[in-house]
Design a protein around this ligand. Structure first.
Ligand code: UDP
Ligand code: MG
Length: 348
């Protein structure tokens, strides 16, 4: 161990760092109170100085109201987005508002067990700057998620310059210097898994088994997962572009050799010109390949377009300390059937 690491280790051994937990929440009114109480209780045992930052990611239910009415001893700050921006942006905002020496990111639905907080802090004291939870067993997941995630990690490792740890999600502890490094990245396409890996630092994975969701369903549908994976690949890897070049080059070589053989046939063997089915088939094939690769180019262009527009990645509508009386009005759920009021009949 180097001298620097050794002195860092000694300096952390007996520390009780200010610990901030950030909790992105979207439509979590049913689960969030229990989750936050659980986190608060655990943090109270582990640290003298802690707080929680909830990012309400444009919930359409009463998540914000529920959080704003929590007792002051839960030390919770509520950051509200002006609309739903997505979990990646909620985490980005959380990192901006969290003040802790260490920052831990946890889901609002109770799937991330607070039992791990102790181990995470222990690893931090041992000198690790990032401690991420790794899913132990994906056996309980659907085939789509299992195979999809395999394919994703294979694809991103092919052309990426970074090594994204497998099955590690957003449930992780970060030292202040990691948080500051993450905050310094200006990009708007925020694929957090890639960004965590990109900043580096001394990291370690600890195994964990996600708990079942206490209420409702995951908001990450198949389509949304595919979208996220594609954002990840195009943000962190130029592999699709290289693939396009390789396939394009291979096809061009093939076409050249084929063209040459046609000319030789014609000149020396006076063979007849091949018929139209082969012409049509090859036109369709080549135009399909061209369109596909123009699409891939378009994806990268869209990423550049997003970046050059220079828009902020999210908009915060308000920041509320729950102990301050809040003005959030309860959401009124739409009624399933419109109620028709009976007409008043005039007394005769
Ligand atoms: N989430 C969010 N914004 C979204 C979708 C989800 O902040 O647009 C939050 C959600 O409230 C939860 C966490 O991200 O705290 C993980 O979401 P979910 O449980 O739906 O996903 P999964 O557990 O399947 O990864
Ligand atoms: Mg979940």
């Amino acid at each position: 161990m180097s001298n620097i690491e050794n002195s860092q280790l000694q300096s952390r051994q007996n520390l009780s760092p200010h610990t901030s937990v950030i909790v992105p929440a979207f439509n979590e009114e049913a689960a969030i109170t229990a989750t936050l109480e659980n986190i608060a209780q655990r943090l109270g045992n582990l640290s003298n100085d802690w707080d929680i930052v909830v990012i309400d990611d444009g919930s359409r239910d009463n998540t914000a109201l529920v959080v704003s009415q929590l007792p002051a001893n839960l030390n919770t700050t509520l950051v509200r987005f002006s609309r739903n921006f997505g979990k990646e942006y909620a985490i980005t905002a959380g990192l901006e508002y969290a003040m802790g020496d260490v920052v831990i990111c946890m889901d609002a639905d109770g799937q991330h067990s607070s039992d791990l907080l102790d181990t995470m802090l222990q690893k931090w004291r041992e000198g690790y700057d990032m401690v991420y939870a790794v899913r132990k067993d994906r056996g309980v997941e659907s085939n789509f998620k299992r195979w999809g995630s395999r394919l994703f990690y294979r694809a991103i490792s092919l052309g990426g310059q970074i090594n994204i740890p497998r099955d590690a999600g957003d449930f992780r502890l970060m030292d202040r210097k990691v948080v500051d490094a993450l905050r310094s990245l200006p990009e708007r396409n925020r694929f957090m898994k890639g960004i965590y890996a990109w900043v580096g630092y001394k990291s370690i994975g600890i195994p964990f088994m996600p708990l079942p969701r206490s209420h409702g369903e995951s908001t990450f549908s198949r389509l949304r997962l595919i979208g996220l994976a594609w954002t990840g690949i195009t943000s962190f890897s130029v592999m699709p572009l290289r693939l396009a070049s390789a396939v394009g080059g291979g096809l061009a070589l093939f076409a050249f050799i084929y063209g040459l053989s046609v000319v030789i046939d014609k000149l020396f063997f006076h063979e007849s010109v091949p018929g139209w089915p082969s012409v049509i088939a090859s036109i369709m094939f080549f135009s399909g390949v061209q369109l596909l690769f123009i699409g891939i180019l378009g994806e990268y262009l869209a990423r550049i377009y997003d970046e050059v527009k220079g828009r902020p990645p999210y908009i915060v509508s308000e920041v509320i300390k729950p102990q301050v009386a809040s003005k959030i009005k309860p959401m009124i759920k739409p009624k399933s059937k419109p109620q028709i009021k009976p007409k008043k009949t005039e007394p005769t």
